[in-house]
Design a binder for this molecule. Structure first.
Ligand code: HEM
Length: 481
């Protein structure tokens, strides 16, 4: 799952050992990357980094080049910012993802000793196997049907009538959480209590994952405890992935199963919901792009609209929405704040374009793909939403280059290497389904207010949620013929 310490927060604890720690870790040794210590005991540069990581990393890059080590809240973190050097990090056998994942399970989901509790390899294999074709087809179609059903329920309440105003993030959140939970975990697993508890957990997640004292994360911890019993088992017609997982957890006690399942509930929703919001939001402020996508959706779905059968979109139809797919990817490019992090399990040197750099056992090595996503050397006019930027033409995905070299890791909202998101195909499908389902039934006026800012407190955790709401005017379309 997307991770990383809410760096700023991770601060207040344990400055007592700072003197000794600084002597050991706070000096640069021969062959190591430039070291940025900051002046605050223990915190190092946590505050500046936490305020706006993009800006801070760019500032450090201007001073030190593409590879440097930051001292952040007691941790040495080496950043490698050149996407052409990412391969050297991802293939280094002394850099491991396992300890990072265990740490998250312990701190955020109160499940220490993940590896001693269940077969992590088997569980990872199940995710890779059941979140891609062929299992992806029934899962996506169930998601489409669930979205149509949940939207139908909202049309009796919040979306009743011919037109109205809605808070876009709330609307997207409610649709995606209800539909995604039932599609994956089984019918009836969504309930308002689960939604409220998830909201509390997700809000406090950056603090929890940073290991903050419990008194600062009471609501999130209470949310977790409410979710655990709700997700110890599955509802009818649960996805193949979930059924395979439960078979792996057969020997594990139910409370712990509930914790592992809640961690996956978080991975399922925490990024997809903001991704769906940003895709719609970028489209709504770009009426030409929105009109193009609406035409594509209508053309693909003509003759198979919500009025026919259960209204669910078939997988071939979803696959045919290629412009919409490009729009989703472009929204992901612009709203991702994830970091790809590895722990150094044995002292090693990392290979980069600027040479070999030594890192110490216990250090973390981080890739920051969001900097690549905004790099004008890789993406032309990077701050602009270009709806066709990722359009597949003649079966070819667009390639991106830097300094004349092809960048294999230009687009990385789903991470890379061992920890790459196994849910990426489903994630893109569910966002497409949400947008197509809404655009099939509604038109939206371009919002009069600017798009909200990113909630930067969630750096490292995946797609940034919006910092505030976006009010939109919707109008019901005449039923498609
Ligand atoms: C736009 C939506 C999504 C984004 C941007 C996203 C991104 C990510 C990233 C960056 C990671 C790797 C974290 C790391 O390297 O530390 C990850 C892991 C993971 N994601 Fe996603 N994800 C999304 C949706 C989903 C969905 C829908 C599912 C499931 C259906 C899912 C399941 C997982 C799981 C199980 C992991 C953990 C993998 C592991 O621990 O090895 N994700 N995701």
């Amino acid at each position: 799952m997307p991770l990383l310490p809410g760096f700023v927060a991770a601060s207040a604890v344990g400055a007592a050992y700072f003197g000794a720690w600084r002597v050991l870790n706070g000096r640069r040794r021969v062959g190591e990357p430039p070291l940025v210590r900051g002046s605050l005991p223990h915190l190092g540069v946590a505050l500046a980094f936490g305020r706006d990581s993009n800006r801070y990393l760019n500032h450090c890059r201007a001073q030190h080049g593409d590879v440097f080590t930051l001292l952040i809240a007691g941790q040495r973190m080496t950043f490698v910012l050149d996407p052409l050097s990412f391969g050297g990090v991802l293939k280094n056998p002394d850099l491991s993802f396992g300890p990072i994942a265990s740490d998250v399970m312990d701190k955020a989901f109160d499940l220490p000793n993940m590896h001693g509790t269940f077969d992590v390899e088997k569980s990872d294999d199940a995710a890779r196997r059941y979140l891609k074709t062929p299992a992806l087809t029934p899962l996506s179609e169930r998601m489409g049907a669930a979205l149509t059903r949940v939207l139908g329920e909202l049309e009796k309440t919040r979306l009743a009538g011919a037109s109205g105003e809605a808070d876009l993030y709330r609307l997207v959140w409610d649709l995606m959480f209800a539909a995604g939970t039932d599609a994956l975990f089984g019918d009836g697993k969504f309930c308002p209590e689960a939604a409220a508890a998830f909201g509390d957990l997700d809000r406090d997640f950056p603090l929890m994952v940073a290991g903050m004292p419990k008194m600062m994360t009471r609501k999130g911890a209470a949310g977790l405890e409410k979710l655990v019993p709700l997700f110890e088992d599955l509802g009818p017609a649960a996805s193949q992935w979930m059924r395979a997982r439960l078979a792996i957890f057969r020997q594990v006690e139910p409370k712990k199963v509930g914790r592992v399942q809640t961690s996956v509930l978080w991975a399922v929703h925490a990024n997809s919901i903001p991704a769906a919001f940003w895709t719609l939001a970028f489209l709504l402020v770009d009426p030409a792009a929105a009109a193009g996508i609406q035409i594509e959706v209508d053309e693909v779905l003509s003759g198979a609209g919500p009025e026919s059968g259960d209204g669910a979109i078939r997988i071939e139809q979803l696959d045919a929405m290629v412009r919409l797919e490009s729009a989703v990817r472009e929204a992901l490019r612009l709203s991702s704040g994830s970091l790809t992090v590895r722990k150094v399990v044995d002292a090693t040197s990392i290979e980069t374009r600027s040479g070999y750099w030594k890192v110490r056992r216990g250090d973390r090595v981080c890739l920051a793909p969001h900097l690549t996503h905004h790099d004008p050397g890789v993406f032309e006019d990077p701050e602009r939403f270009v709806v066709d930027r990722f359009l597949v033409r003649d079966g070819q995905r667009p390639q991106f280059t830097k300094d004349g070299e092809r960048v294999g890791f230009a687009f990385m909202p789903f991470g890379a290497g061992k920890s790459m998101c196994p849910g990426r195909f489903f994630a893109v499908n569910e966002v497409k389904l949400l947008v197509a389902t809404l655009l099939r039934r509604y038109t939206f006026d371009a919002p009069t207010e600017p798009l909200p800012a990113h909630d930067l407190s969630r750096v490292g955790l995946g797609i940034f949620p919006p910092k505030s709401e976006l009010s939109v005017t919707w109008r019901r379309r005449a039923p498609p013929r």
